[in-house]
Design a protein around this ligand. Structure first.
Ligand code: ADP
Length: 523
C-alpha cells in the first residue's frame, strides 16, 4: 500500500494513513474516505518509553502498536517486564510520603492543571485514541472530555475528604475518624477507553493522596503515555504517576508484580471478568484492597408501554457506540410481544439510516473497526451459534470488506435464552432480540446473568418503572435512557461485574483508609 511520502514525528509513517479504496458494499460507508489522517499531533505528545519516577525509560525491548483500521504499525512501545514493574512500584512508594502529606488543595491544583493541559491538547489526544483504538474521531473527542472531567472532578473532591467526630459513650473520650490514603495503587486498564479508564481511577487515587503505577492495555498504550507527558508538564511530582506499558506476553508477569508486591496497597482493574479473577487471586496473598470493574451483559428491555421512537434512539446509542465495545453496551434486547414487530422494523430502519462504517478519521463514520481479529471471531461465533439454533439475521451478519477488523452492525431476531449471545458478553456490534410476554419473564431473563453492570428499560408506566428499576440486578439502571455514564454518577456493578464504584462522590473512598482515633483521659 502506497504512502503519500509523509513520515510522522517519530519517524514513523503514521500521520497520514494511506488512501483506501472504497468498495461497493452491502453495509454503508462514511461519506469521505480516509484522507484525513492523524493530523497535527505534536511530537512531544507521542511517547514510546515507560514513565517511571519522573523519567522516560527508553531503549529497551519494544512491541508494536497497530492501527486496528489499517493494521499498520503506529509505533513501537517499551515492553516492560517484572523488573520494570518492581522499579515503578518502588518509585511510586518513594514518592508516596510527600504526595500523601501535600495539602488536598495542592494536590487538587495539580490535578486541575493536568485537566487544563488535556483540554488544551484535546484534539491531538483524540487523534491518538482514534489511531490506536479505531473509534470515530467524534467519539474520541467525547472520550477526552469525559476523561478530563475526572481530573477536574477529583481536583475538587480532594478537598472534601471529611473525617468525623463521633459522640462517645465515655465522658473522658473523644472519638475521631480520619481518612488517609491507602498507599501505592496499581492500575490495570483496558483498550476500549484508552484515556478515560485511566483518569477515572488515577484522578481519585491522586486526589486521595495515593501514588500510582498504570499498566495500560497492550493495544492502546499511546494514550496512557501522552497522559504521562501532560502530568509531567502539569508539575505532578516524579513518581506519583508511573506508566509501564507491556505486550500481552508480559501482561501476566507484570500483573503479578502489581498485585503481589508488598509495597502495593491497592489494585484497581477494568477488564474482563476472567482476568479480574486472576488478579483477585493474586491480591489475596497479601490482602490488598481491590476495585474491579469487570464484564457486563446489559439487558435493554422494551415494554409495550414504551415510547417506540425514543426506545429505538436509545437502543442505537446503547448498542453501537464504540462499535459495541463497551462493558455497558446493551448485550441483549428483550422486547415485549405487543411492540416487538414494530420495534424490529424501526430498529432496522434506524441502523440503515444512522450507522456508517469507515475509518474513524473519516467524517461521518459511526462504526470503526473492532479492536482485533479475536473480537471479530467472537461476534462471528455468536452469530453462527444463534443462526444454527433458529435466529434470523435482520441486518448485517458478516465481516465488512472495508478491512479485516470491520464487522457489519448486526440485528438478530428470534433469539432465545439458550443461545450463546444471550448468555455471555459479545463486545461487538451485535444486537440480539428476545421476545417476551410478561414483566416477570423479562426480569427473570435479565437477572439470570451472573454479572450485573448496566441495565436499561423503556416504559411509560410509573409503577412499572419503580418495580423494574428496583428489581434489576445491576449496578446502573437507565430508565428511558440508553447512555448513563457521567463523572458525577457512581459507576460499577454487582455480582461478577465487580467490586467498588468509580467517579462520583463515592469514587475517592476506594483509595482511602478509615482510621479511628480514640482520644482518652479527658477527665
Ligand atoms: P481483553 O480480553 O479485552 O483484552 P483483558 O481483561 O484480558 O480484556 O485485558 C484488560 C487488561 O488486563 C489489559 O491491560 C491486559 O493487558 C491486562 N491483562 C490481561 N491478562 C492479564 C494478567 N494475567 N495479569 C495482569 N493483567 C492482565
Amino acid at each position: 500500500m502506497a504512502w503519500r511520502g509523509f513520515r510522522g514525528p517519530l519517524g514513523l509513517p503514521w500521520l497520514l494513513p494511506p488512501p483506501r479504496a472504497r468498495a461497493a458494499l452491502p453495509g454503508r460507508l462514511s461519506s469521505s474516505c480516509s484522507q484525513a489522517g492523524l493530523g497535527p499531533v505534536p511530537p512531544w505528545l507521542l511517547r514510546s518509553g515507560a514513565f517511571v519516577g519522573g523519567r522516560w525509560l527508553e531503549g529497551q525491548a519494544a512491541f508494536p502498536v497497530r492501527d486496528p483500521a489499517t493494521g499498520l504499525e503506529l509505533s513501537r512501545v517499551a515492553d516492560c517486564g517484572a523488573a520494570q514493574a518492581q522499579e515503578a512500584v518502588r518509585a511510586a512508594y518513594e514518592a508516596g510520603a510527600a504526595w500523601g502529606r501535600a495539602s488536598a488543595k495542592e494536590r487538587g491544583a495539580l490535578l486541575r492543571k493536568w485537566h487544563d493541559l488535556m483540554i488544551e491538547n484535546k484534539d491531538s489526544l483524540a487523534r491518538i485514541i482514534t489511531a490506536e483504538n479505531g473509534k470515530p474521531l467524534k467519539e474520541a473527542q467525547g472520550e477526552i472530555l469525559y476523561s478530563a472531567s475526572f481530573l477536574e472532578w477529583f481536583a475538587e473532591e480532594a478537598r472534601r475528604v471529611y473525617g468525623d467526630i463521633i459522640p462517645s459513650s465515655a465522658k473522658d473520650r473523644r472519638i475521631l475518624v480520619l481518612k488517609q490514603p491507602v498507599g501505592v495503587a496499581t492500575i490495570i486498564t483496558p483498550w476500549n477507553f484508552p484515556s478515560a479508564m485511566i483518569t477515572r481511577k488515577v484522578g481519585a487515587a491522586l486526589a486521595a493522596g495515593c501514588t500510582v503505577v498504570v499498566k495500560p492495555a497492550e493495544d492502546t498504550p499511546l494514550s496512557a503515555l501522552a497522559l504521562a507527558e501532560l502530568a509531567n508538564r502539569a508539575g505532578i511530582p516524579a513518581g506519583v504517576y508511573n506508566v509501564i506499558p507491556c505486550s500481552r506476553q508480559q501482561a501476566a508477569a507484570v500483573g503479578e508484580v502489581l498485585c503481589t508486591d508488598p509495597l502495593v496497597s491497592k489494585i484497581s482493574f477494568t477488564g474482563s471478568t476472567a482476568t479480574g479473577k486472576i488478579l483477585l487471586r493474586h491480591a489475596a496473598g497479601t490482602v490488598k484492597r481491590v476495585s474491579m470493574e469487570l464484564g457486563g451483559h446489559a439487558p435493554f428491555i422494551v415494554f409495550d408501554s414504551a415510547d417506540l421512537d425514543k426506545a429505538v434512539t436509545g437502543a442505537l446509542m446503547s448498542k453501537y457506540r464504540n462499535s459495541g465495545q463497551t462493558c455497558v453496551c446493551t448485550n441483549r434486547f428483550l422486547v415485549q410481544k405487543g411492540i416487538h414487530d414494530a420495534f424490529v422494523e424501526k430498529f432496522a430502519e434506524a441502523m440503515k439510516r444512522e450507522l456508517f462504517i469507515g475509518n474513524g478519521f473519516d467524517e461521518g463514520t459511526t462504526q470503526g473497526p473492532l479492536i482485533n481479529e479475536k473480537a471479530v471471531e467472537k461476534i462471528e461465533k455468536h452469530i453462527h451459534d444463534a443462526v444454527s439454533q433458529g435466529a434470523s439475521i435482520i441486518a448485517g451478519g458478516k465481516r465488512h470488506s472495508y478491512g479485516k477488523n470491520f464487522f457489519e452492525p448486526t440485528l438478530l431476531s428470534n433469539v432465545t435464552t439458550s443461545m450463546l449471545c444471550a448468555q455471555e458478553e459479545t463486545f461487538g456490534p451485535l444486537a440480539p432480540l428476545i421476545k417476551f410476554d410478561t414483566e416477570e419473564e423479562a426480569l427473570a431473563i435479565a437477572n439470570s446473568a451472573n454479572v450485573g453492570l448496566a441495565g436499561y428499560f423503556y416504559s411509560q408506566d410509573p409503577a412499572q418503572i419503580w418495580r423494574v428499576a428496583e428489581q434489576l440486578e445491576v449496578g446502573m439502571v437507565g430508565i428511558n435512557e440508553g447512555i448513563v455514564s457521567a463523572v458525577e454518577c457512581p459507576f460499577g456493578g454487582v455480582k461478577q461485574s465487580g467490586l467498588g464504584r468509580e467517579g462520583s462522590k463515592y469514587g475517592i473512598d476506594e483509595y482511602l483508609e478509615i482510621k479511628y482515633v480514640c482520644f482518652g483521659g479527658l477527665q
